[in-house]
Write a protein that binds this ligand. Structure first.
Ligand SMILES: *[C@@H]1O[C@H](CO)[C@@H](O)[C@H](O)[C@H]1NC(C)=O
Ligand SMILES: *[C@@H]1O[C@H](CO)[C@@H](O)[C@H](O)[C@H]1NC(C)=O
Ligand SMILES: *[C@@H]1O[C@H](CO)[C@@H](O)[C@H](O)[C@H]1NC(C)=O
Ligand SMILES: *[C@@H]1O[C@H](CO)[C@@H](O)[C@H](O)[C@H]1NC(C)=O
Ligand SMILES: *[C@@H]1O[C@H](CO)[C@@H](O)[C@H](O)[C@H]1NC(C)=O
Length: 742
């Protein structure tokens, strides 16, 4: 589903480009990226687009495709909404043959399909024959807001959807091609209020007769131990060569079976937290086409807890569940259990093929299956054993976050030390999380590394939302800083240190000094001969606070995984800052709720990650006596307006000399600026400049400040002395030992 708003920060960088249709509002409802033709096809409300993806520019063509005559009016007459229901929302775009795409839309609650001529590779043609329109029933839902899943194989379309006007007929369909249409029987045992998320063809072996179509969906749970209305996630499958039975199950699936997909984490008191609601599935295809990795996003939403998890399933585990016992219930008052009786031959769920046939018991088609097989299949669609994820737990868990994880795309990246699966996870607030998980040796522990929160196809990811489509480059290594250690700590498999910059990593480029440290992210190993002191901050910034008031020292590590510690240096002695109710470490920095004179000192913020620590910020904290401040504030000729004075009363905390204000860009001036804004309120931003000018940059006041500045200089001087002394010590120690604690 493409429901997120467009990420705002994508618009402001050159990392991305945005397409919003020819009329400003795209109302995007389907996307098909054609890597062979280098084209992006988009479906929206009464419209289709073709984008020719050139290296420098993108050419777009539009096709208007409204509902058939009269259907819009009929739709409105049945009480549907003219804007959100009674249009042709294009939901399906599939490659059909060498020259045509299949497009299906809701057609104002009268689903319809058409073939779109897109031409051969290299030519940009895009036409639709408005006369040659087919009934789209069973191919897309009537209701544009309903989820469905589809996949194409051998000219036939497999869909999981609700196929009627009222949205009650939940069914797995096969249509088009030469064979007769297939569907599931209407039976809650087979499908109970399902919501289809994905459908994929996955072969079992080289025999195409063994190909199976997998559906990933949620449905109402039938197993015991669940509260009323509980939802379970299922993987279900049918044989692609299923043609139904001869006397029973005529034109109905005879090979449909399903199993539960479990995604849970151990909770307190031995009770697992289950993520039952499937949100999205991505099939990471590998060279072995029979064994893709199945990445799935799940959610769990209750009154007390909202969480999301990504679980990865192996096809071997899915097949094992399907080869295991069937779930069985003797009658309505009995418990569920594993079916222990004799399973008829051929075993339900097995496709008729050369490989599965036993000598002398050959079945050319499901029409040859004995009735006993079809009866058993009909009464035992559910497998007894669930499918657990690889390593039995999620690769990613996010709890009580302010956004929802909705969509996932995974890119397998070859890096210096193996391959990494980079997950791009779209949220409902228009951001894309780029995450890798790292397994440490043989241990069960994995580590998740959030690389960026961004706001995919070879070099780019396409992010769709109702408003438009954004093309975003896969990496921006240059943001990881100017030193080897930072590049390495970022642990982005797309990036590596090339000796000079953090740049895009290309696996076949065997330059010797390429450094990448994704698994361990340890710059001590990766960057031994690089200049680690580059990344250490050497200059002290000065922050002023007033006694008995609060003040804040900002320090945010670049890497979200780093842990931060604070040291304070006084008279050449460095010690850890004692934290308590008065002095608190927050995610953004150190908060003094009540500043004391003895808090004065040089505060050093250090980040630590994988045994590598670096100094991020050195701040010289100066504590001003209340009376000095009061005097300054009370002076009429201080020149700032009464209104500002009023607002600032009680929160007058940060002080800074003119020169620093004017130089403008240091982290310190950011800090200072924040304080000023807080002081006068954001609506008075234009006044800040004026205020600062008067406050700090007129001569009278400058004299007034002299005593404070004097103090500032002294503090700087002593800090410098302390620093030169300690760096002298450092130089006598083995190189970089100080930065690389073990
Ligand atoms: C984006 O690119 C354009 C043209 O290449 C350039 O003028 C503009 O400054 C760039 N913007 C940013 C934020 O880099
Ligand atoms: C592709 O399918 C369309 C629609 O059935 C048909 O008109 C066209 O001839 C086909 N093209 C090829 C190359 O088979
Ligand atoms: C290391 O970095 C420091 C500070 O940027 C610089 O003065 C020094 O020359 C560098 N050393 C080497 C070996 O590059
Ligand atoms: C700060 O508070 C202490 C006690 O709470 C008081 O003795 C001292 O005078 C105050 N200092 C200023 C500058 O207000
Ligand atoms: C904080 O500073 C302001 C301005 O100097 C002063 O009016 C206020 O009383 C101070 N707050 C405390 C708790 O001392």
């Amino acid at each position: 589903s493409l429901t997120s708003p467009l990420p705002a920060d994508l618009l402001s960088t050159n990392r991305s480009s945005i397409f919003s249709g020819h009329h400003g509002q795209l109302t995007l409802t389907s996307v098909f990226l054609d890597e062979y033709r280098d084209r992006l096809f988009l479906g929206g409300k009464d419209v289709l687009y073709s984008l020719m993806l050139g290296p420098t520019s993108t050419e777009s063509k539009e096709l208007y495709w409204p509902p058939l005559p009269g259907n819009r009016e009929n739709c409105i007459q049945t009480g549907k909404d003219p804007q959100t229901d009674c249009a042709n929302f294009v939901r399906l775009l599939q490659p059909y043959n060498r020259t045509h795409l299949l497009a299906c839309g809701t057609g104002a609650f009268q689903p319809m399909c058409a073939f779109v001529y897109v031409g051969h590779r290299g030519e940009h043609v895009f036409t639709i024959d408005p006369v040659n329109v087919e009934n789209g029933r069973g191919k897309v839902p009537h209701d544009p807001s309903f989820r469905f899943a589809s996949t194409f194989r051998g000219g036939e379309l497999y869909t999981g959807l609700t196929a009627d006007f009222l949205g009650r007929d939940s069914v797995i369909f096969r249509s088009m091609g030469g064979r007769s249409t297939m569907r599931t029987e209407t039976d809650q045992k087979l499908l109970h209020d399902p919501k289809f998320i994905a459908a994929h063809v996955i072969p079992d072996n080289d025999d195409r007769d063994d190909d199976k179509v997998y559906f990933f969906f949620t449905e109402k749970a039938s197993e015991p131990g669940d509260r009323e209305g509980a939802i379970h996630t299922r993987v279900g499958r049918v044989c692609a060569n299923d043609v139904g039975g001869q006397r029973v199950l005529v034109n109905k699936w005879s090979t449909f079976i399903k199993a539960r997909l479990v995604c849970s984490v151990p909770g307190p008191h031995g009770i697992d937290t289950h993520f039952n609601q499937l949100e999205d599935v991505f099939l990471l295809r590998t060279k072995d086409e029979r064994n893709p990795d199945v990445y799935a996003i799940f959610s769990t939403i209750s009154n007390v807890f909202q969480g999301f998890a990504v679980c990865v399933y192996r096809m071997a585990d899915i097949r094992e569940a399907f080869n295991g016992p069937f779930a069985h219930k003797e009658g309505p008052d009995y418990q569920w259990g594993a079916y222990e009786g004799r399973v008829p031959y051929p075993r339900p769920g097995v496709c008729p093929s050369k490989i599965t046939n036993q000598p002398g018991r050959e079945f050319g088609s499901t029409k040859d299956f004995p009735d006993s097989v079809l009866q058993f299949a009909r009464s035992h669609p559910l497998m007894w054993r669930p499918v657990f994820p690889a390593l039995r737990r999620p690769v990613l868990v996010q709890a009580n976050i302010p956004h929802k994880l909705q969509q996932i795309v995974v890119d397998r990246v070859e890096a210096e030390d193996g391959h990494y699966d980079v997950m791009f996870i779209g949220t409902n607030v228009g951001t894309v999380l780029k995450v890798i998980t790292i397994q440490n040796g043989n241990s069960l522990e994995t580590e998740e590394v959030t690389l960026e929160e961004l706001h995919v196809f070879k070099q780019a990811i396409y992010v769709g939302s109702p408003a438009g489509v954004a093309q975003v480059k896969l990496h921006r290594c240059e943001t990881y800083g100017k030193a080897c250690a930072e590049c390495c700590l970022a642990r982005d498999p797309y990036c590596a240190w090339d000796g000079f910059t953090c740049a895009q990593y290309t696996p076949n480029n065997k330059r010797r000094y390429r450094r990448q440290g994704i698994r361990h992210g340890n710059p001590a190993l990766q960057c031994v001969d690089q200049n680690l002191s580059d990344v250490d901050v050497t200059e002290d910034d000065v922050v002023y606070g007033t006694e008995n008031n609060s003040t804040f020292l900002e320090c945010v590590p670049r890497s979200p995984q780093a842990s931060v510690s604070w040291l304070v240096q006084r008279d050449d002695r460095k010690e850890e800052v004692k934290l308590d109710d008065r002095v608190m470490a927050t995610e953004q920095g150190l908060l003094f709720r009540h500043l004391l004179h003895e808090d004065e000192g040089v505060y050093i913020c250090r980040s630590r990650e994988h045994g590598f620590s670096q100094t991020l910020v050195r701040l010289s904290l100066q504590v001003l006596q209340g009376d000095a401040v009061d005097e300054l504030m009370s002076r009429d000729n201080a020149g700032f307006s009464d209104s500002i004075k009023e607002r600032s009363a009680g929160s007058y905390r940060a002080w800074m000399p003119c020169t620093a204000y004017r130089s403008g860009t240091s982290s310190h001036s950011r800090l200072w600026f924040k304080d000023i804004v807080q002081m006068i309120g954001p609506s008075n931003l234009p006044h800040v400049e004026e205020y600062c000018e008067r406050m700090w940059c007129n001569d009278k006041l400058r004299r007034k400040h002299k005593s404070m500045l004097e103090k500032y200089r002294q503090a700087q001087e002593s800090a410098r002395k302390a620093r030169s002394k300690s760096s002298g010590e450092r130089n006598r120690m083995p190189r970089n030992k100080d930065s690389l604690g073990h």
